[in-house]
Structure formats: structure tokens, C-alpha cells
Design a protein around this ligand. Structure first.
Ligand SMILES: Cc1cc2nc3c(=O)[nH]c(=O)nc-3n(C[C@H](O)[C@H](O)[C@H](O)COP(=O)(O)O)c2cc1C
Length: 561
């Protein structure tokens, strides 16, 4: 961008703000800035703050008059600000943030003897904030009772450094116009088809991404049809699968309960009932009456429970009514699924340690029902099963969002890398099909246990970044890996630690360069820590909320069933 213009604006009743603004304008001109200066009410006649090509840096001086009113030469602009910021408040959407390209600072003049002290500058400031502008130097409130210069002098002193820095930043900053944002939001609304669809799939390939800590399996599922753009399946869309119990566990359960192995019972226990879930003490009591085995807090599942009590006689089949129904489990899609009949998912085979109820003091490893079900299925079996595709995606990324090459910051941990791989693959497709011309910087923060063992999609991420770099030699594409179980324990770090290390760089990329953050993580301590750090980086949780609303903080935190 060419040298940005610094716009000085004032609203003044008796000339104080006007004089201060004039002095600032003159000094800025002497310092070599390209400058212009207007009173508020020249807005739209002589200048237009929504013009993203010429209006980027604004220095405001404004007083209060009457009963907290804006001076007469600013009252129309004052109403304009309030009207638009009300719309921005009432209607979500980036398109209403008509000042999001602006960096501003404001000096308010007032007198604390008035009950509406500084009301007009405070309102101007909150309208600029609501309309998406970024404060580049603090909002000063000068008080005649204290002596105006007590506040004005230090504010002016600090202004010049902040201005120099801001003008420099603005030169490299890409901004999307509010109209374009509005258009893309409207088209998003029209194409927003989030509904679920059922598909029959078979497994067409199965590979292991990592085996060291938890087995991580990559499955390619084959649909009976080709997925097209209009299906609106996005990176971050997910499938839900209702698992089946293994025939061995079903037979054990039937045997332990001393029931007859009928096809109907086998089918019901295989597909419908989750007898490997923890027992519900109250429900069991309602069927069995008081039993010495029914202790509060027991970790038994239904199979363990009836094995443990080892009944002499058969168990009443009424207990089938209290066993919970099999629930579906969700898996994010890693593939950029267009013009293909394949869907890729990647997950870890959930396993957890539990005290062995048959051998006190010993622990045994139990596996998650759905991941072990998928693990059991093999590509040779060609077993068909039904998945529900939930199209809704929190990571949907449009070419409009990437048009001005904003920095992209990815943050993830473990298998939560999966939907973000989908985003990277889609970005690559947009580049390859020339839907986008190039990319800005990408930082990929990934928390794993150990680089040598569970860096999922390592080769692919490296190849993608090499490819991205070939399209823009000026941008950087970096992976930042944290290891919680490194070879040298002194190097132990979590993903929140490495984000914290880069906080200043991230602040610049998110706030100044209007970058987008993609964050996917299991619901755990790290997820909370990452979010806390992001709040600190952008200034407050309110500010992070605003960035989220603007679509620049795309996050999904997984809760495990
Ligand atoms: C008639 C009158 C009403 C004022 N009302 C307020 C007020 O409501 N709140 C406030 O903070 N200051 C108020 N002030 C103080 C002015 O904001 C202060 O004098 C300021 O320096 C005037 O700057 P200006 O010449 O740029 O308008 C008032 C001053 C006058 C003379």
C-alpha cells in the first residue's frame, strides 16, 4: 500500500479541541506524514471513513458540551456513529463492522464538574470500537478541573511513537471491504445447508498413523456415490457412527446371564444395547432389589457386573430394559471431499486403565466401544455400514476469507489435527484451481507426545507447506511442535506454552493483520489454557468473542463420549 493518510478529526464548541487538532495536524505534517483534517460534520461531504483505500489511521479530538452532547459541528456525524453502531450491535456479522479497517485514537476534553463528564468522547470511542476500529493509542480524557494539560501532554508525547508504528503496520495490512464481507455473508446464508444425510459406506483402506502410545488409525471410507461441491461437505464436517459390540462380548454376556443364544437376542445385544457402559446403580436396584454388590461409585460395566456376581440362576431379562441404548460417536472428516466417493477419518483407539475387579490391586486395559469396533472392521471384509454425515462445520473456509491473504494460525493437539488437515487440503485445492492466488503466513501449532512417535500427518503437512511456500516466497509457513513426552524431559512443553512464547507475534498477526485462528482440541486443561492465552493476546475475552463473531476465531473443543 502507498503511504497511508493520517486523518485528523475534531468536534469543538469553543475552539479548544479544534486548536489541539490543528497543532497535532501541523506537527504530523512537519514529521513527514501525509495528513488531512476535518471537522466531524464534514463526513460524507468532504471525507468518508468507510473508504478502505484512503482512510486507515484516524486521530480524534472531541469535547462534550451542553449536557454531555457532541459539539454542534459534530452532531450529525455523532448521530451517524450511533445509528451504525446500533445496527452492528443488533445484527451479527462482519459486514456491519464498517470501521474494521481503521486504527484510531481519541483525546476527549471535558469538565468533571458536569454530571455527564466526557459523555460525548466516551460515546464516540465506544461507537468506533463497536464498528470494528482498533485503538492504536490509548483514549485520553482531559479534565479542565485537573488542568487539561495534565492528561493531554503525556498523551501527545506517546502519540508519535504509536502513530509511527501504526502507519508502518498499515502499509502491509490487507483489508476486505465491508461490502465484500456482507456479500460473502449473504451467500453463506443462502448455501448454509447444515442438515445431516445418511450414507452407506465400506472401508476401502486402513492404515496406522501411530502405534506407540495409542493406536491411531486412518480409515478411508467409500460411499456409493461421488460427492460434489453442492453436497457442501466441508473440512470439519463430521460423520456419526453407531458402533456394534463384538460377537465375543455378546456371547460372554449371554453366557454369564445364562440366557439362550437366540438370533434375536444376539442381534439386539450386538447393535442396540451398550452393555459395556458403566452400570447405573439405581436402575439395577430397581430390577434386582437390594444387592450386596450394588455399591455406590462402582466402575463395573454390565458384563463385568454379572460376571462378578456369578449368579447361580439366570439373570432376569428385565435388565435388558435398563441397559442404555448404543449411542453414535462422532469423527471429523480429514478429506477435502469433492469429486470423490471417499471420506477419510483418523482416530485413536480409545483405551483406558481400570482396576481389575477380579484381581484386587491389578489394572486392566479397556477399549472404547466405537474405536475398537472400527478397528475390528477390515477392508477385506467389505462390511457395509451406515454413517450420518453432519455437514455443519466450524472450520468452513471460503475463498473470500483468503482473498487478501490474512495470516492463518492453526492450533491443535493429538488427533484434533484431523479437521485442520482437512482445512489445509482444501486451501491447497483452492490454490491449485486458482480460486485463490496465494497465501499469507501460516503458523501451525501442534501439541503431541513425541515427534518420533505421534506426529500425525507429518510428511503431508511438510509437503503442503513446501507447496504453499512455492506460491508465495515472501510468506512463511511454519510448524511449531510441542512435546509432552520428549526424549529429553527438560524439553517438555504443551501447545499453550509454545503459543505463549509467540504472544507478541500472534497479537500482531491476529489484531493488526486480521489473521484467522483455527483451534481444535479435546476438552481438557490445555484447551482452557490455550483459550486463556488467546484472550490475553487479543486483550480480553470480550475481544476474543468479537473475533469469534467476526468468523476469525474458528474453534471446536471435543468432548469424548
Ligand atoms: C456550556 C458548556 C457545557 C459543557 N458540558 C459539558 C459536559 O456535559 N460534560 C463535560 O465533560 N464537559 C462539559 N463542558 C466542558 C467542555 O467540554 C470543555 O470546556 C472543553 O474544553 C471545551 O472544548 P471545546 O472548546 O473543544 O468545545 C461544558 C462546557 C460548556 C461551556
Amino acid at each position: 500500500m502507498a503511504e497511508p493518510i493520517v486523518t485528523f478529526l475534531y468536534a469543538s464548541q469553543m475552539g479548544n479541541s479544534e486548536d489541539i487538532s490543528m497543532n497535532l495536524y501541523t506537527t504530523a505534517k512537519e514529521k513527514g506524514y501525509t495528513v488531512e483534517r476535518y471537522q466531524f460534520d464534514d463526513h460524507l461531504e468532504s471525507f468518508d471513513l468507510t473508504d478502505i483505500t484512503t482512510k486507515r489511521v484516524v486521530v480524534i479530538v472531541c469535547s462534550s458540551t451542553g449536557d454531555g452532547d457532541c459539539p454542534d459541528n459534530g452532531s450529525n456525524f455523532y448521530k451517524y456513529l450511533q445509528r451504525h453502531s446500533k445496527t452492528a450491535q443488533e445484527e451479527d456479522g462482519l459486514g456491519n463492522k464498517i470501521f474494521r479497517h481503521l486504527h484510531y485514537t481519541i483525546l476527549g476534553l471535558g469538565n468533571s464538574g458536569y454530571s455527564s463528564f466526557q459523555k460525548s468522547p466516551i460515546t464516540v470511542n465506544s461507537c468506533f470500537e463497536e464498528l470494528g476500529a482498533t485503538l492504536f493509542h490509548y483514549f485520553a480524557r482531559a479534565d479542565e478541573v485537573e488542568g487539561l494539560e495534565t492528561e493531554i501532554d503525556p498523551w501527545i508525547k506517546g502519540l508519535w511513537d504509536s502513530l509511527a508504528e501504526t502507519v508502518e503496520k498499515v502499509k502491509n495490512e490487507a483489508i476486505v471491504s465491508p461490502e465484500e464481507v456482507k456479500q460473502s455473508e449473504e451467500s453463506k446464508d443462502l448455501s448454509d445447508e447444515d442438515e445431516d444425510v445418511f450414507e452407506r459406506v465400506t472401508i476401502c483402506s486402513k492404515s496406522y498413523e501411530s502405534e506407540e502410545y495409542n493406536k491411531v488409525i486412518k480409515l478411508e471410507l467409500e460411499l456409493e456415490r461421488t460427492i460434489s461441491e453442492s453436497d457442501n461437505i466441508q473440512p470439519g464436517s463430521y460423520i456419526s457412527i453407531i458402533p456394534k459390540n463384538s460377537i465375543e462380548s455378546v456371547k460372554s454376556f449371554i453366557s454369564v446371564c445364562k440366557w439362550d443364544e437366540t438370533p434375536h437376542l444376539i442381534n439386539r445385544l450386538t447393535t442396540e444395547l451398550d452393555f459395556l457402559s458403566h452400570v447405573n446403580q439405581k436402575a439395577l436396584k430397581s430390577v434386582l432389589g437390594d444387592s450386596e454388590y450394588l455399591q455406590e461409585g462402582s466402575e463395573f460395566n454390565y458384563l463385568d457386573f454379572f460376571t462378578f456376581i456369578n449368579p447361580e440362576k439366570s439373570v432376569n431379562t428385565d435388565i435388558l430394559e435398563i441397559i442404555p441404548k448404543m449411542k453414535s460417536r462422532f469423527y471429523s472428516i480429514a478429506s477435502d471431499s469433492i469429486d470423490t466417493n471417499k471420506l477419510e477419518i483418523c482416530f485413536k483407539v480409545e483405551s483406558y486403565q481400570q482396576e481389575d475387579i477380579f484381581q484386587k490391586g491389578h489394572t486392566i486395559t479397556k477399549q472404547g466401544v466405537c474405536s475398537s469396533y472400527l478397528h475390528r472392521l477390515s477392508e477385506e471384509d467389505k462390511v457395509e455400514f451406515e454413517v450420518k454425515i453432519c455437514k455443519k462445520s466450524l472450520f468452513n473456509t471460503t475463498k473470500k476469507e483468503l482473498k487478501y491473504q490474512p495470516p492463518l494460525i492453526f492450533i491443535c493437539q493429538g488427533t484434533a489435527v484431523v479437521p485442520l488437515i482437512g482445512v489445509l487440503r482444501r486451501i491447497k485445492r483452492m490454490l491449485d484451481t486458482k480460486e485463490i492466488k496465494g497465501l499469507g503466513n501460516i503458523d501451525f501449532y501442534y501439541g503431541i507426545k513425541n515427534q518420533a512417535h505421534d506426529y500425525l500427518y507429518k510428511e503431508e503437512i511438510e509437503a503442503l507447506f513446501e507447496h504453499f511456500a512455492s506460491t508465495n516466497p515472501y510468506a512463511s509457513f511454519k510448524t511449531h511442535i510441542s512435546e509432552s513426552m520428549p526424549s529429553d524431559p527438560a524439553d517438555k512443553k504443551y501447545v499453550d506454552d509454545i503459543i505463549n512464547q509467540d504472544n507478541e507475534d500472534l497479537e500482531y498477526k491476529i489484531l493488526v493483520k486480521k489473521g484467522t485462528v483455527y483451534f481444535c482440541c479435546d476438552e481438557n486443561k490445555t484447551a482452557k489454557a490455550v483459550e486463556n492465552i488467546l484472550e490475553e493476546i487479543v486483550g480480553s475475552s470480550k475481544q476474543l468473542g468479537k473475533i469469534f463473531k467476526d468468523g476469525r476465531y474458528k474453534k471446536e473443543v471435543w468432548t469424548r463420549a
